[in-house]
Design a protein around this ligand. Structure first.
Ligand SMILES: [Zn+2]
Length: 169
């Protein structure tokens, strides 16, 4: 990684590094914290599902990905600017990420999950509250909740989720 990044101009490299250093994590925590305060319970980074979804809500048959605009190639987004150097390398890499996302979302949808993507840019200050409120409505509104009881397993995990969701305070 160092050898590759050495090839970029300083500004470009620090831009990329800022995206590597856990920026996704903090926006994930923002969304998790909000949903938890709304009373929703969920699993995190569940490795049983394609893409290790950030937020899995079994009761609502819903999976939420919180995506950084750069790494997940948010189309038409001003935050998804291609680095100026080594454009081919980055284009190939980011297109690969985007295609993998699309494949994983299709797999999840085929398995009966509703997949919602929240983009980093939608969580910028002026938009954040409205986006989070809309996400909540997307999750609980119009959901077809089956009677199979698959949501029961998640209900006992509240305290662990709370601890993790609040650890940024
Ligand atoms: Zn974006």
């Amino acid at each position: 990684m160092v050898a590759v990044s050495e090839r970029y101009e300083r500004g470009t490299r620090s831009y990329i590094m800022s995206h590597i250093r856990g920026k996704d994590t903090s926006i994930e925590m923002l969304v998790r914290g909000y949903l938890f305060r709304q009373g929703l319970r969920f699993r995190k980074n569940d490795r049983r599902y394609p893409g290790h979804p950030d937020i899995v809500l079994p009761k609502w048959h819903t999976i939420v990905f919180v995506n950084g605009c750069f790494w997940h190639m948010h189309e038409g987004c001003p935050h998804c600017t291609m680095p100026k150097s080594n454009v081919e390398f980055w284009t190939a890499k980011l297109v690969r990420n985007r295609d993998r996302d699309a494949r994983q979302h299709a797999e999840l949808a085929a398995a009966g999950w509703r997949v919602i993507v929240v983009w980093e840019c939608e969580l910028a200050k002026p938009l954040r509250q409205a986006r989070l409120e809309r996400l909540y409505r997307q999750i609980v509104g119009g959901a077809v909740v089956g009677g199979g009881g698959s949501g029961e397993a998640a209900s006992g995990r509240g305290s662990a989720d709370l601890r993790d969701a609040d650890q940024g305070e």
